[in-house]
Write a protein that binds this ligand. Structure first.
Ligand code: CA
Length: 230
C-alpha cells in the first residue's frame, strides 16, 4: 500500500490532456501520486476507488460545472479542493460563491506555485475547529461536548467509541485505513490484533445504525478500512 504521509494522492480533474499530462509528470516528481480524470463522471469513480487526499478541479468540464461539483464534494466529504480557473474573471466566481474550495489557481500557473499551495492545503489540520458540530442523517456529533445526539436522544458512547466516531467524522466520505485507526486510538497496536478495532466498530454500528448488520453510514471497505458516509 502507498505510504500516504509521504505520497499524498492527488485527483486531477481536467479535460485538457496536455495539462493533465504535465501535472502528472510535475507532481509525480514531487512525490505525489497523481490520478487523472477527464470529466466529472470519471472523477466520481476515482473518489470511491482511489480515496484521494486532495482534488485539483478545473472549472470548465465537458459533463458539467466544476463549481457545482466542488460544492457537492464540500457538502459530502472533507477532501480539500483546489479550483483551477482558466480566466481571472472566473476567480471572482470561485471566491464569490463560497463553494467550499480550499484554494484556487489561475491558468497558466507555475508548477512551483501550485505545489506550494498543495502542500499548504494538505498541512491544514483535519481536526475540526472549536465548537464545530457535524450533523448528518439523524446524527449530531458535538466535538466540544463530546456528545452524540440521535433523534434528539443522547447516545452513550465509551471514550474510545467517541474517539473512533470523531476520527471517521473528521474524514466524512473518506476511507480511514485500519492502520490510521490503530495508530490514532491504540498508538499502533500490532496489526495482527485488530479484533479490538472490529469490536468497537460493531458497537458503534449498534448505536448509530438502524440496521447494524446492513450499515448505511459506517461502511467497511474490505481490505482497507472504514468510511463514514453522510
Ligand atoms: Ca477545462
Amino acid at each position: 500500500m502507498v505510504d500516504r504521509q509521504a505520497h499524498p494522492v492527488i485527483l486531477v480533474v481536467e479535460d485538457e490532456e496536455s495539462y493533465r499530462d504535465a501535472l502528472s509528470t510535475g507532481l509525480s516528481v514531487e512525490g505525489f501520486v497523481v490520478i487523472g480524470a477527464s470529466n466529472i463522471a470519471q472523477a466520481r469513480e476515482f473518489l470511491d476507488t482511489a480515496n484521494p487526499d486532495l482534488v485539483l478541479l478545473d472549472v470548465m468540464l465537458p459533463d458539467g460545472s466544476g463549481l457545482d461539483f466542488c460544492r457537492e464534494l464540500h457538502d459530502t466529504t472533507r477532501i480539500p479542493i483546489i479550483m483551477v480557473t482558466a480566466r481571472s474573471s472566473e476567480v471572482d466566481v470561485v471566491l464569490g460563491l463560497e463553494i467550499g474550495a480550499a484554494d484556487y489557481v489561475t491558468k497558466p500557473y507555475r508548477l512551483r506555485e501550485l505545489i506550494a499551495r498543495i502542500h499548504a492545503v494538505l498541512r491544514r489540520p483535519v481536526s475540526l475547529s472549536e465548537g464545530e458540530v457535524v450533523s448528518f442523517g439523524d446524527l449530531r456529533i458535538d466535538f466540544v461536548r463530546r456528545t452524540v445526539i440521535r433523534r434528539s436522544q443522547e447516545i452513550e458512547l465509551s471514550r474510545k467509541e467517541f474517539d473512533l466516531l470523531a476520527l471517521f467524522a473528521t474524514r466524512l466520505g473518506q476511507v480511514v485505513t485500519r492502520e490510521v485507526c490503530l495508530d490514532t486510538l491504540w498508538w499502533g497496536l500490532e496489526l495482527s490484533d485488530t479484533r479490538t478495532l472490529d469490536t468497537h466498530v460493531k458497537r458503534l454500528r449498534q448505536k448509530i445504525e438502524d440496521d447494524p448488520a446492513n450499515p448505511r453510514h459506517l461502511l467497511t471497505i474490505r481490505g482497507v478500512g472504514f468510511r463514514l458516509d453522510a
